[in-house]
Design a protein around this ligand. Structure first.
Ligand code: FMN
Length: 197
């Protein structure tokens, strides 16, 4: 008798339809706060000519679960003439033209900005970004990449330009990124990330 009922049912509708006898209760209404899209609270912005600042940015963004904005300097910076122009422009505190941005820094609680050191200064790309967006930054943090120059004076200039005190800052040097210094580098970047969480 039971088989007589289920056999045609199974043939026509499949097993799930035949055995789903109990009505499934409607899901409870989801509060609006839960429906809000989850946005990372941190944006890491960087400029990099030869990849060091990019590497630190990528590691930091992974540790923080942050979005990443790469600044594109439209002025040619490659080769010897690019190098010389870069040093001169940074020393002269010149601005530059940036490519289009993907993210609005006003959407983030914390914006972390990384720059290579050029002639003891921030790069023109980072200077341009800071000048253009200083009015909308919430909390900021900075980091530098250099051959050996300490971050303090460059960070001070970034603070003066934005009118903001950095929540934290860090200075990385090219030697930090060598394989033999991996443990030291990891300690350094984790310590920096911990101050930003
Ligand atoms: C034009 C120019 C000027 C530089 N000036 C300095 C400097 O004043 N002090 C320093 O320690 N390193 C200096 N450097 C080295 C870079 O800061 C360093 O190699 C950095 O890691 C490069 O970052 P990037 O690979 O993200 O471009 C300079 C590099 C360039 C291209």
């Amino acid at each position: 008798m039971i088989f007589k009922f289920f056999a045609p049912c199974l043939l026509l509708f499949g097993a799930s339809a035949c055995f789903a006898a109990e009505a499934v209760p409607a899901p409870a209404a989801v509060p609006d706060t839960v429906k809000m899209p989850v946005k990372p609270r941190t944006l890491v912005v960087f400029y990099s000519r030869t990849g060091h600042t990019r590497k630190v940015t990528e590691d930091l963004a992974l540790l923080l679960g942050a979005d990443v904005e790469e600044l594109i300097d439209k002025k040619a910076r490659a080769g010897m003439s690019g190098y010389l122009g870069a040093g001169k422009d940074a020393l002269g505190e010149k601005l530059t033209e940036l490519g289009p941005l993907k993210f609005n820094p006003a959407d983030y609680e914390l914006v972390v900005i990384g720059t290579p050191v050029w002639s003891w200064n921030m790069t023109p790309a980072v200077r341009t970004y800071l000048s253009a967006h200083k009015a909308v930054f919430g909390t900021v943090a900075f980091f530098t990449l250099s051959g050996k120059t300490a971050p303090d004076k460059i960070v001070k200039k970034m603070e003066v330009l934005t009118g903001k005190t950095a929540r934290a800052f860090a200075g990385f040097v090219d030697a930090d990124l060598k394989d033999q210094n991996r443990a030291v580098y990891e300690g350094k970047i984790r310590a920096f990330a911990d101050k930003l969480k």
